[in-house]
Design a protein around this ligand. Structure first.
Ligand code: MLT
Length: 533
């Protein structure tokens, strides 16, 4: 049976088809929490929207879970920190519904400004209330945008085309981005509130943004301010908004999102001047098709061990970076595995140094792959690209990431060295057409294709020059049932030791390793396991 994915909220047919091509898909909308808790342990992937809470309790029961896909942007319903510690990747679709959310915001602004809901309702009830429904123009009004990210900036562009003055505050956005969008930067939220005829929030919901616009902030705004929230319920404090509407401070509000969702009864619903929609910001045909497809592709990629573009608990990289470092990911993981097999898990610290052309890209992804390989022998399948750093930190392993332009004779080289003795180092490169080549083991220059495994023997340096040593080892291994493809004896002697590499053509029994340890002159033998094991 293939990997299983549980989809608890609707996604587009395109997304479902993508999932079904390689996964066993179970759709279960409106699933009760208790039932979800009881079945989540059977799934490798979970796809949700905003209503399913992926909290600690759920993650603790999700023994097989490797990825959570959020069909949309907001991830305030996912405990990402805990997911990371469990090795569960979290992916989302942050670009797919940006325009839809921005257009929904504009729809609110226009509808509130021209009193459309009231006019519509009155006329359908036989009233022709011309004066009451008279609106105002957007031209020349000031729009204060809280959060100039993807949606905020799309709103800014649209509002500017209506002739509005657009101001914004966002401590995480560069001056350049403000300039590019023609938006005036406000030093803080208070200044923005005081200068805005319309305020629209476009931030994620975090501890910092929860209740960000409350009684005090609303009191700073000009009388008759209009408030729009298409981001997340609770960024504008709902009770404060109700009070400000009741006393006329806020002339109108457009609210798409609520603190508790779904909700069908709310104090805000009693105001004629409040226009509400049931979390529809991203709900257009186009956005939902893109969201479903994007999240499905990423879940499939994550389950295949690849690097999804929008992984939230891994360093995010652009497509060019991903393509460029992708071949180095298996190399780094192999180095990690080989390191543990040859030298053991480092006890205090480990350095991973990337040299040459590979340093043109973001190499922290290679660190993650290395840690996955390094720790997999001690942590088993628990360790993933997501939680490698976390697990290393828990073991007290300090990770040093270094980069150097000089890769010696190679185009690119990855070298790892640990703090458990001077011999604890390994280097590898990629060489066409054979792929990964280990080029150095503990200071010895070697040329080893690790895919088939190898026996690594350290000899007494003086024994290397004795005649018959290669033949003796070959005969001993032959008698132990080991077929040898290739033997390489290093001529260097480092700290009185020399190295010999034996590449077998099949499996090496542990008894052969023990036998070799007893061969005259052999100081140490380690088995580098092949990809077959
Ligand atoms: C989002 O976070 O993507 C939007 O709010 C729409 C949704 O929650 O699905």
């Amino acid at each position: 049976m293939g990997a299983r994915v549980l989809v608890t909220e609707p996604i587009s047919i395109e997304g479902l088809r993508t999932l079904a091509a390689s996964l066993d898909v179970v759709e279960s909308f409106d699933i009760e929490r208790e039932e979800l808790l009881s079945i989540i342990g059977e799934f490798d992937a979970l796809i949700i929207r905003s209503l399913t809470s992926v909290d600690r309790e759920l993650l603790e029961r999700a023994e097989r879970l490797r990825v959570v896909g959020r069909a949309g942007v907001g991830v305030d319903n996912i405990d990402i920190t805990f997911a990371t510690s469990r090795g569960v990747m979290v992916v989302n679709a942050p670009e797919s519904n940006v325009i839809s959310a921005a257009e929904h915001t504009m729809a609110f602004m226009l509808a509130l400004t021209r009193n459309l809901p009231a006019a519509d309702r009155d006329l359908k009830h036989g009233v022709w209330p011309e004066a009451k429904s008279r609106g105002v123009e957007l031209l020349g009004k000031t729009l204060g945008i809280v959060g100039l990210g993807r949606v905020g900036s799309a709103v800014a562009v649209r509002a500017a085309s209506f002739g509005m003055r657009v101001i914004a505050c966002d401590p995480y956005i560069s001056e350049e981005r403000f300039r590019n969008f023609g938006v005036e930067r406000m030093p803080d939220l208070d200044t923005l509130m005081a200068a805005s005829d319309y305020v629209s929030v476009h931030t994620p919901k975090t501890e910092e943004t929860c209740d960000m616009i409350g009684e005090r902030e609303l009191s700073l705004a000009p009388d008759g301010v209009r408030i729009i929230n298409c981001a997340r319920g609770g960024i504008v404090n709902e009770a404060a908004l109700v009070d400000a509407l009741a006393d006329g401070k806020v002339a109108a509000a457009g609210i798409d999102v609520f603190e508790g969702e779904p909700v069908t009864d709310h104090p805000l619903f009693s105001f004629e001047q409040v226009l509400v929609t049931p979390h529809l910001g991203g709900s257009t045909e186009e956005a939902q098709s893109r969201v479903g497809q994007t999240v499905a592709e990423q879940v499939v990629e994550a389950l295949a061990g690849l690097l999804p573009r929008y992984a939230l608990n891994m360093p995010v990289a652009d497509a060019e970076t991903l393509a460029s470092v992708a071949p180095f990911m298996p190399l780094s993981e192999t180095l990690g595995r080989a390191y543990t097999q040859l030298f053991g898990v480092p006890t205090a610290g480990v350095e991973i140094r990337c040299s040459g052309e590979v340093t043109r890209y973001r190499t922290e992804l290679l660190t993650l792959a290395f840690l996955k390989g390094l720790l997999s022998s001690v942590e088993g399948d628990e360790v993933t690209l997501v939680n490698g750093r976390h697990l290393a930190r828990e073991r007290g392993i300090e990770i040093i990431e270094a980069r150097s332009t000089d890769a010696g004779n190679f185009t690119s080289l990855v070298t790892v060295s640990g703090s458990n003795g001077s011999r604890g180092s390994l280097s590898a490169t990629l060489m066409a057409p054979h792929g990964i080549r280990i080029t150095e083991i503990g200071g010895f220059e070697v040329d080893l294709m690790p895919a088939g495994g190898a026996l690594v023997c350290w000899f007494d340096g003086e024994a290397v020059d004795r005649p018959g040593i290669v033949g003796g080892v070959g005969t001993m291994l032959g008698d132990a049932g080991v077929n040898i493809n290739r033997m390489e004896v290093g001529r260097e002697v480092i700290d009185g030791r020399a190295i010999m590499l034996i590449s077998p053509s099949g499996d090496v029994p542990q008894s052969a390793v023990e036998l070799l340890k007893g061969h005259p002159g052999v100081l140490e033998v380690r088995l580098l396991r092949s990809d077959r094991d």
